[in-house]
Design a protein around this ligand. Structure first.
Ligand code: PHE
Length: 455
């Protein structure tokens, strides 16, 4: 008996599918978050742990989400509902879908504010703000932006409107077609920036910082951060990839496609690191500057290179594009959920979901200025000094995503039959065995160890 409904839409081609998955995964996580986390967590050791997490946990988990989605052919909650019913498993697994929607909502609320920073930097590039900047003035420029709730609010609102606009209009297809040329353009621009970094005189230092692990610098929290970021950057643990998998036709090779997405995502992140750290060291900046890192280093480079005006403009435009394609994938789960459970139309659901996300985003906007000293959970040592933005980031990347991911691999690894999995994964016996070991043992044990030791 077939439990698939073939009326469900499918990807026009494997290429379109891989592209959409890359569009979701490559975003602020690669270019904004990865470098600053590396800088905060001490460099090479963090990068190494991150790479291990990506390939041992992220890759098998991405395959698991796609496989579940393709089996269920529905939204993540209904998919888990159908599969658990058919396999006579507990309905509690449906919580995977629920936690995913919550995670996506929380993430988009701050993601949009950071997307807004990138928009603000496009405007700065247009009026040639970067030329001749020095160490202090890049800091002031960024500081002034954060200090203004009104400015942050406007850019956050604009980014949210752009996101809602695409999801309402269902023009994601158009955006994806644009992404087909813009993503490679982003990669090319990053390579050019790495080329610029090579002229700063600190390229070797920057590269060594990224690729020479110094294990004395990594903490347990750093390891948890690396694990959480592996989920974040690959859009895992949120039902998003599961939803993408539901549109996947049977002949697409899940393993190979997953490998392509993971490698592209990783290469973009490493290129960003290679572009940024030489600039940091050449100018005596602080690698541990935090979330402002790329906004304080790259303008320095643009301001001091020939044609920097154009490069700066192009870079921030492409960054916004990358963030935009990720943001639409973050809004989609909530929209689908509202649409299904309420009388609202697609447009109505999108507007409600978008407004709710925008409203929560206000808390992040204020975290950088008026509420800068407000630490809601400050009474607990672990959360001392964390603003609402810090907490949203912590709760999603370090709690929700790893836990949802853990539940997903446990379900696939231990509660689904080997034969069914085998028939879904068109790969050699050796590769399949390896994947299964990763899903049954390596990923869950890894997540549990990292988790417990950091708590
Ligand atoms: N993966 C995206 C990035 O790296 C962010 C994202 C997370 C998108 C979760 C969708 C879901 O920027």
């Amino acid at each position: 008996m077939s439990y698939k409904s073939h009326s469900h839409a499918q990807w026009s081609s494997r290429m379109a599918f891989v592209l959409a998955a890359v569009g979701s995964s490559v975003g602020l996580g690669n270019i904004w978050k990865f470098p600053y986390m590396t800088g905060e967590s001490g460099g090479g050791a963090f990068v190494l742990v991150y790479l291990i997490c990506i390939f041992l946990v992220g890759l098998p988990m991405l395959m698991s989400e796609w496989l579940l989605g393709r089996l269920g052919q529905k939204n993540p909650i209904s998919t888990m509902g159908d599969i658990t019913r058919r396999l006579k498993r507990s309905r509690a697994w449906v919580l995977i879908g629920v936690a995913g929607i919550l995670g996506a909502y929380l993430i988009l609320s701050f993601y949009s504010v950071i997307g807004g920073w990138a928009l603000a930097y496009i405007q700065m590039a247009v009026v040639d703000t970067f030329s001749g900047l020095d160490n202090d003035s890049v800091g002031t420029l960024f500081g002034n932006l954060l200090a203004s709730p009104v400015e942050l609010l406007l850019w956050h609102s604009l980014f949210m409107i752009m996101t809602i606009g695409v999801v309402v209009g269902g023009v994601a297809g158009g955006l994806e077609r644009a992404a087909k040329t813009l993503m490679p353009a982003l990669a090319v621009l990053l390579v050019l920036l790495v080329g610029y970094a090579a002229t700063t005189g600190a390229f070797a230092e920057g590269a060594a910082y990224l690729f020479t692990p110094d294990f004395s610098k990594i903490t347990r929290d750093g390891i948890l951060a690396a694990l959480g970021h592996a989920f974040f950057t690959l859009s895992l643990g949120m039902g998003i990839m599961m939803a993408y998998g539901s549109y996947l036709s049977d002949d697409v090779n899940i393993g190979r496609s997953a490998l392509i997405v993971v490698v592209m995502d990783t290469v973009i992140a490493l290129l960003a690191g290679l572009a940024i750290f030489p600039i940091v060291f050449a100018n005596g900046l602080d690698a541990a500057a935090g979330p402002g890192l790329i906004f304080q280093t790259l303008p320095l480079a643009f301001g001091n290179m020939a044609g920097g005006w154009l490069f700066g403009l192009l870079f921030f435009v492409l960054l916004v594009f990358a963030a935009w394609t990720s943001a639409i994938s973050l809004l989609e789960p909530l929209v689908e959920w509202i649409e299904e459970r309420s009388p609202l139309s697609r447009v109505g659901s999108t507007i409600v979901a978008g407004l709710a996300t925008w409203a929560l985003g206000l808390a992040t906007v204020l975290s950088f200025n008026i509420w800068g000293d407000f630490a809601p959970l400050g009474m607990f040592d672990k959360f001392a000094g964390m603003t609402i933005f810090d907490l949203l980031d912590y709760v999603t990347s370090k709690l929700l995503l790893p836990l949802t991911g853990l539940a997903t691999v446990l379900f696939v690894g231990w509660f689904m039959g080997r034969d069914e999995l085998r028939s879904q994964l068109n790969m050699s016996d050796g590769a399949f065995a390896l994947w299964r070991v990763a899903v049954r043992f390596i990923a869950p044990i890894g997540v549990v160890i990292v988790f417990v030791s950091s708590l």
